[in-house]
Design a binder for this molecule. Structure first.
Ligand SMILES: CC1=C(CCC(=O)O)c2cc3nc(cc4[nH]c(cc5[nH]c(cc1n2)c(C)c5CCC(=O)O)c(CCC(=O)O)c4C)C(CCC(=O)O)=C3C
Ligand SMILES: [Fe+2]
Length: 333
């Protein structure tokens, strides 16, 4: 229903939704919030204390504030004028929490919302966990609206176009003599190998979708360009195998005069991008004397913004099977 029609008004003939719910990861915005946020993220997941303290230092280096919430606000401000629905925002790990947002939506009379999740791919962490969070939040809220998660958009022309533009801009920042031979190094959040194996309806979907996105972006750039897909931001206990190689190890091995890092696995320049790539990987490249430019994520690129409206206009996606992207075994403590 349109913003200006009353909640009890006419049936919306065009669309099926009466609100858009942007669902994101969440992040702290002041120093005291960093540890409580991190504890929310890793609850029951067996991430060692040392790793948590290390990551805490990344956040404190940026004044205890993650850029991710502001990036959500910016995306919402860009999307709002392009669609006919009220827009809400709820996070998995920090304020505004999904549960509080759903409570507000219920109070506002929202009956059925489309969820746009700031993650384009399959896998437990990138998809199923958001579905679980939405579902848990709904059970806690009386009269909570129905929430339909929009489809994965890793191969949507809007996402691809944004990444192509940003990759081109990064290439242009390299010394001119290296541009043609520069290698594209696509990065995504590493996940446990067991999670990668069971991602999607028949397994392997996280990596397959990332490769698909990378090859679409490379093809649209034109020319004959070599590319790799590597991983970043490994977490978890050290004895559990995660996807490799790590971006920093890969940079040391690479046989190219220059590199463009393309964080295809993320949709905004949040902490995993501005620390793990712009600080850590940049430092490795500096030591190696390897010219490196990092492409911006989709962010508020106009084609990425218009994609959201296009997804809303598609037929309602069919909910994935309960066996898709199963949860890893939970640890307690
Ligand atoms: C697939 C994936 C995405 C992409 C999909 C998506 O975007 O959702 C993603 C995004 C993000 N990950 C983020 C932050 C963190 N992830 C952690 C830990 C973990 N990530 C995992 C996976 C992913 N993570 C996994 C399997 C773990 C291990 C614990 C567990 O099994 O859950 C930890 C704990 C400390 C540590 O890193 O060890 C932090 C702080 C932020 C926020 C950045 C900011 O604040 O700006 C964002 C967007
Ligand atoms: Fe993460």
């Amino acid at each position: 229903m349109r913003k200006d029609t009353p909640a009890c008004g006419l049936i919306n003939v065009m669309g099926t939704y009466d609100a858009l719910l942007v669902v994101s990861f969440g992040g702290p915005e002041k120093p005291d919030d960093v540890m409580p946020f991190l504890e929310n993220v890793v609850r029951g997941r067996g991430v060692p204390r040392e790793r948590l303290l290390e990551v805490e230092a990344h956040y404190q280096r940026f004044g205890g504030s993650s850029p991710i919430n502001q990036q959500c606000r910016d995306l919402i401000a860009a999307v709002e004028p392009t669609i006919d629905l009220p827009v809400y925002w709820g996070n998995r790990n920090w304020h505004p929490y999904l549960e509080d947002t759903l409570r507000q939506m219920a109070a506002d009379g929202v009956r059925k919302a489309a969820a746009f999740v700031t993650s384009a791919y399959s896998s437990y962490s990138a998809c199923r966990q958001y579905l679980e969070d939405i579902s848990l939040a709904r059970t806690a809220v009386e009269g909570a609206p129905e929430v339909v998660k929009l489809r994965h958009y890793f191969d949507h022309p809007g996402f691809v176009a944004a990444m192509v533009d940003h990759t081109r801009e990064a290439l242009d920042r390299l010394p001119a003599e290296h541009r043609d031979a520069a290698r594209l190094v696509f990065t995504a959040h590493s996940i446990p190998i067991s999670m990668a194996r069971t991602a999607g309806p028949s397994g392997g979907a996280y990596e397959a979708q990332l490769r698909q996105a990378a090859s679409l972006i490379t093809a649209e750039l034109g020319g004959e360009r070599e590319w790799d897909l590597v991983w970043q931001s490994r977490s978890g206990p050290p004895h559990i195998p995660w996807l490799e190689p790590d971006v920093c190890d890969h940079l040391a091995e690479i046989d190219a005069p220059a590199v463009v890092l393309v964080p295809v696995g993320f949709v905004s320049d949040h902490m995993e991008v501005v620390y793990d790539l712009d600080v850590e990987a940049a430092e490795v490249a500096g030591r190696l004397g390897l010219p490196l430019a990092r492409a911006a994520t989709a962010g508020t690129h106009p084609r990425f913004v218009s994609m959201v409206g296009e997804l809303l206009a598609e037929p309602e996606p069919i909910m994935c099977a309960a066996t898709c992207c199963p949860a890893p075994p939970r640890r307690h403590g």
